[in-house]
Design a binder for this molecule. Structure first.
Ligand SMILES: *Cc1c(COP(=O)(O)O)cnc(C)c1O
Length: 380
């Protein structure tokens, strides 16, 4: 059945790229009956290969990116009353993980161009109770890590990298997830590679990895397994999910190259448009462009929702940018959350959205999206 020529085929924001290799690995795991993480060999292989990809000695798989973030804070012994400086513009999972530990997240505003945590704002927020910094490599662009690590070193703070949107991104030639104390990744369906649901922490610190490995598996004891060493969690990834992960990891370089190609196509088509701010790539960075986010500026800054609706009418799916922690309604009464404290994140949040940028987005899709966007922005 051919769609009528006047009805546009919808272009989704993102869809995972799955192929024969994924089918082969998952089928093999199933055929062996190796569904959990306690049998089969994909889980250990996925952990080792992903850690090697990131340039760290250890990888500990988890059931989600949120679980990985929580595990990282658990392994670092972040606890009640500890203050953690967190980039305010992120998926709220980053903040929730801190709150699971009854620690106090301190929202930090972002840089205007990358929308990543502004390292220049960190030092003035350090108090005697500050224990850690959680940075987020937002939309695939690495955080400027050197000044972050410098503040951490001066004040004895731990650094957690939320790499859920940035698998493979480079900061001065180093992979994200290998720079701070712990890196946290997500393999949710729309991330750079996917296991359906899943996550991983990466670290060069063997003791941290061991602690995380125990905590994610109910902290079973030894030699008596059922005499537990502490209160544990079930944050385990299954061997089936890891089979998918191993297959995805084999194609990660191509997926990243495709993301960069899509960003180039958008850049070529959109760079001339007035009132539209495009993603950047700083000289220290290799951006993996997880999602191609744009910001309406000037007289168009207040038209975001209308522009998104007009694109939807053309069958083009978009998503609005994240709502920063300091604007979340559920946090309004928290003493650490002041709506006005992060003006740059607030502005970006209200006027930004992201365009279709899954790896299956074609040059023709980008052409259609940019043509529609140009028409919408030029008509008012
Ligand atoms: C997706 C995401 C998470 C959460 O990962 P899940 O696998 O969905 O739990 C955390 N932080 C950021 C920045 C994310 O994009």
């Amino acid at each position: 059945m051919n769609p009528s020529p006047t009805v546009a085929i919808p272009i989704p924001v993102s869809r995972p790229v799955l192929g024969d290799l994924e089918l082969e690995y998952v089928t093999r795991a199933l055929g062996e009956g190796a569904v959990s993480g306690f049998c089969g060999d994909y889980l250990a292989r996925f952990e080792a290969e992903f850690a090697a990809f990131c340039g760290t000695a250890h990888g500990v798989a988890a059931s989600s990116g949120t679980a990985a973030l929580h595990l990282a804070l658990l392994a670092l012994s972040i606890g009640p009353g500890d203050e953690v400086l967190v980039s305010t513009l992120t998926n709220m999972a980053t903040f929730f993980a801190v709150l699971y530990q009854r620690a106090i997240p301190i929202p930090i505003d972002v840089e205007e161009d990358t929308w990543n945590i502004d390292p220049a704002l960190l030092e003035r927020r350090v108090t005697p109770r500050t224990r850690a910094i959680v940075v987020v490599h937002l939309f695939g662009h690495p955080v400027d890590m050197d000044p972050v690590m410098e503040v951490a070193r001066r004040h004895g703070l731990k650094v957690v990298e939320d790499c859920a949107q940035a698998h493979g991104a480079l900061y001065k030639g180093r992979r994200v997830g290998s720079i701070g104390d712990v890196g946290c990744f997500s393999f949710y369906a729309n991330k750079i590679i996917t296991t359906g649901e899943g996550g991983m922490i990466t670290t060069r610190n063997r003791r941290l990895a061991d602690r995380a490995r125990s905590l994610k598996n109910l902290a079973f004891g030894q030699p008596n397994k059922f005499m537990h060493t502490e209160v544990g969690f079930n944050y385990r990834m299954t061997n089936l999910q890891a089979a998918l992960g191993c297959a995805q990891l084999q194609r990660i370089d191509a997926l990243i190259e495709q993301k960069r190609q899509i960003a180039r196509w958008y850049g070529e088509q959109l760079s001339e448009l007035r009132n539209l701010k495009l993603p950047v790539e700083k000289s220290y960075a290799k951006n993996v462009y997880w999602m191609y986010h744009v910001e309406l500026t000037g007289a168009d800054a207040y038209r975001r929702d209308a522009v998104m609706r007009a694109l939807a009418d053309e069958g083009i799916e978009t998503r609005q940018g994240f709502v920063p922690a300091n604007l979340q309604r559920i946090f309004q009464r928290e003493p650490w959350a002041r709506a006005s404290s992060c003006p740059k994140a607030n502005r970006a949040s209200g006027s930004s959205f992201y365009l279709p940028s899954g790896c299956s987005t074609s040059a023709a899709d980008v052409q259609r999206v940019t043509t529609a966007l140009r028409q919408i922005l030029e008509s008012r």
